[in-house]
Design a protein around this ligand. Structure first.
Ligand SMILES: [Mg+2]
Length: 280
């Protein structure tokens, strides 16, 4: 694998990197519940750190708080501090603050709501009685039940906005595909209220902007940023929409020979992180 001179300099002189977690730098370990590093991934992050290039890891999962994912990655050898780890709840918390939304009902577990609590938002539980709820946010929530459905519909009928971490039916695990919890919940809420969910995790611009701001980069830096991921509809779409360099990894769910719509196509497709490590 040799990069074109242009790609090579975009990778070497990048203002910042956004990495996906699962299938890109690590894989979940079903036995330990932790993570195992993919080949060269630890060395790539160490090389960026040595160069002084900022990076963050952005997973689209909301089952755990960001700090728990960061701890799991450190255990696997990665130089990732808590502040460098993001989930859709991180970008949702940022967005809600910027929009001036104070009260939000979270249909999600403790890990899903943690970043919203940390941001000082008034978080209402799934089926908690509350008035003045301005937004309903859905994420990882296997405990979903009928009282939560009723409470969320009530908030939405009274004017709350519908927000979601992610809206894909399936995600990949070591044991095959699993149901993305928010997708069927969103489908029920849309059926009942006609409100469509606004996605605030990847591939949304909100997710990208949260990562950019966290790295202290100006708006003008978007095109000098690099996004590395294995899911065309998440990382590649997010990067392409803002003109960042999209680096696709064939180590996860992206098949090398898949025909992708242009918006989901990687600028560069890598079989492993080794070529990136070599030039950093
Ligand atoms: Mg992935």
């Amino acid at each position: 694998m040799t990069f074109t001179p242009e790609t090579r300099s975009r990778l070497q002189d990048a203002a910042g990197y956004i990495f996906d977690m699962d299938g890109t730098i690590a894989l979940g370990d079903a036995q330990s519940g932790g993570h195992n590093a993919l080949p060269h991934a630890v060395a790539v992050l160490e090389a960026l750190q040595a160069r002084g290039t900022p990076f963050v890891v952005f997973t689209n999962g909301t089952a755990k708080p960001p700090a728990a994912y960061a701890a799991s990655l450190r255990k696997a050898g990665f130089p990732v501090e808590d502040w460098q780890m993001l989930t859709p709840s991180s970008s949702t918390a940022d967005w809600l603050k910027r929009q001036g939304v104070g009260k939000v009902r979270v249909l999600g577990n403790a890990g899903c709501r943690a970043p919203l609590d940390d941001a000082g938002l008034a978080v209402v539980g799934p089926s908690e009685e509350a008035e003045g709820v301005e937004a309903v946010y859905t994420g990882w929530f296997r405990e979903f039940d009928f009282p939560a459905l009723e409470a969320a519909c009530d908030s939405l009928w009274k004017g709350a906005r519908l927000l979601t971490a992610s809206n894909v039916p399936f995600f990949a695990t070591a044991n095959g595909r699993a149901i993305g919890a928010s997708y069927p919940i969103n489908a029920m809420l849309t059926a009942m209220t006609s409100k469509r969910p606004r996605i605030l995790g990847k591939p949304s611009r909100v997710a990208f902007e949260t990562a950019r701001l966290l790295m202290g980069l100006p708006r003008s830096a978007a095109k000098q940023m690099v996004v590395v991921g294995d899911d065309p509809a998440l990382e590649m779409r997010m990067a392409n929409a803002v003109g960042a360099l999209s680096v696709g990894m064939a180590t996860g769910i992206m098949a090398g020979d898949a025909i992708l719509p242009e918006r989901d196509r990687p600028s560069v497709l890598l079989q492993s992180l080794e070529p990136l490590l070599e030039i950093l």
